[in-house]
Design a protein around this ligand. Structure first.
Ligand code: TRP
Length: 326
C-alpha cells in the first residue's frame, strides 16, 4: 500500500490571511509528509458567487505565492488549476446524474451562502458546486480532505456520490473523509467570529511588521476593559485568541495579567504583534523570493498540472471502463 491521498482545495480570492493559514494551510503543510497531497486551485468554483473574472489571474498567482511562501512543497505535492484539467468538468457531468436536486437543496452550507449573500434565485452551477467539489476530490481518489467545519456537508456529498457510483458501476472510488483542522477558526480584528476578506478584518500573510502593529492597535478587545488597570476577560477577547495561537508560552501570564488588571491592552497588543511578526517574517522573505521569480511560479503550475492531469486521465479511463463507455 502506498501513502493515502489528500485532495485539498481553495478558491483563489487573492492574498491569504492568517485565518486561511490557521484554518487550512497549516494543516496541509503538516500533512505533506504523511500523505500524497494534491493542491487544487478552485478557480471554476469562484464563478458560483462571482462572475467577474477580471482578477482571476492575479488572484491565482497571489494565492500560489502565499501557498509556497507558507511552506507547501510543490515537488512533493502538485499545485494545479481546476480549469486546466478538463476531466473535472467531465466527472462533474457524470456525477450530476447521481444526486437529486432535493439533496443539494438540503445542503446547509449552500443554504447559508444563499442567505448571507441575499441570493434570490440560485444558479444551477451554484446549487451544484458540491458536485463539482466531489469531482475534484474523487478524480484524484482522495481518501481525505482537510477542511473547515463549513465544508463537511460537501465532503458528505462526495461520499454519497462515491457510494452511489461504486454500487451502480463497480468500485472505482474511495469514500473520502473530512479531516477537520484543530484550530479551525481565527476571529477577525473587529471581533467577528471569522477573519474574512469581505469583512476587511484580516491580517494578511504578506502584511509588513508595521501594518500588523497598526492593525492590532485598532483591534477590538473586551469592551468592559476601558482603562489599563480595569480587569479584563480574556475569554471574550480576540487578541487573547491570537496570543494562544502565536504566543503559547506566555498565555497563562497574559491571562493572569489581564484578569487582575496589571496588563493593559496596549502592552498586550504589542506583545501579540511582535509574535505574529516573528511568525510572518520567514513567509514574507519567501514571498519576496517568488515575487521576483514569477516565471518559476508559472513553471510550478505547469509541472503540477502535468502531474495532476496524468492522475485525472487514469481515473477517467477507469470510469469509462466501469460505465462501459469503452
Ligand atoms: N468549496 C471550497 C471552498 O469554497 C473550495 C474547494 C473546491 C475545495 N474544491 C475543493 C475544497 C475540493 C476541498 C476539496 O472553499
Amino acid at each position: 500500500m502506498g501513502k493515502k491521498r489528500i485532495l485539498s482545495g481553495m478558491r483563489p480570492t487573492g492574498k491569504l490571511h492568517l485565518g486561511h493559514y490557521v484554518g487550512a494551510l497549516e494543516n496541509w503543510i503538516n500533512l505533506q509528509e504523511e500523505y500524497n497531497n494534491y493542491h487544487l486551485i478552485a478557480d471554476y468554483h469562484v464563478l458560483t458567487t462571482n462572475l467577474d473574472t477580471s482578477e482571476i489571474k492575479t488572484n491565482t498567482i497571489e494565492m500560489v505565492i502565499d501557498w509556497l511562501a507558507a511552506g507547501l512543497n510543490p515537488e512533493k505535492s502538485p499545485i494545479f488549476r481546476q480549469s486546466k484539467i478538463k476531466e473535472h468538468t467531465e466527472l462533474f457531468l457524470l456525477f450530476s446524474m447521481l444526486i437529486t436536486k432535493a439533496r443539494l437543496e438540503r445542503n446547509p452550507t449552500v443554504k447559508e451562502q444563499v442567505r448571507s449573500l441575499n441570493i434570490e434565485n440560485i444558479t444551477f452551477g451554484h446549487l451544484g458546486y458540491p458536485v463539482l467539489q466531489s469531482a475534484d476530490i474523487l478524480l484524484y481518489k482522495g481518501d481525505a480532505v482537510p477542511v473547515g467545519e463549513d465544508q463537511v456537508p460537501h465532503v458528505e456529498i462526495a461520499r454519497e456520490i462515491a457510494r452511489k457510483f461504486n454500487n451502480q458501476y463497480g468500485k472505482v472510488f474511495p469514500e473520502p473523509e473530512a479531516l477537520l483542522t484543530k484550530f479551525a477558526r481565527l476571529p477577525g480584528l473587529d471581533g467577528n467570529a471569522k477573519m474574512s476578506k469581505s469583512l476587511n478584518n484580516t491580517i494578511l500573510l504578506s502584511d509588513k511588521p508595521e501594518t500588523v502593529v497598526q492593525k492590532l492597535r485598532k483591534a477590538v478587545t473586551d469592551p468592559q476593559k476601558i482603562r489599563k488597570n480595569d480587569p479584563g476577560r480574556p475569554e471574550v477577547c480576540l487578541v487573547f485568541t491570537y496570543q494562544k495561537r502565536f504566543n503559547p508560552e506566555e498565555t497563562s501570564e497574559i491571562e493572569t495579567g489581564c484578569r487582575s488588571g496589571a496588563l493593559g491592552c496596549v502592552e498586550c497588543k504589542l506583545k501579540c504583534s511582535a509574535k505574529i511578526n516573528e511568525f510572518l517574517q520567514p513567509i514574507i522573505d519567501k514571498r519576496a523570493y517568488y515575487e521576483s521569480r514569477l516565471s518559476e511560479v508559472q513553471d510550478i503550475l505547469a509541472d503540477g498540472e502535468a502531474r495532476a492531469s496524468e492522475t485525472a486521465k487514469a481515473t477517467m479511463d477507469e470510469v469509462h471502463k466501469a460505465m462501459r463507455f469503452g
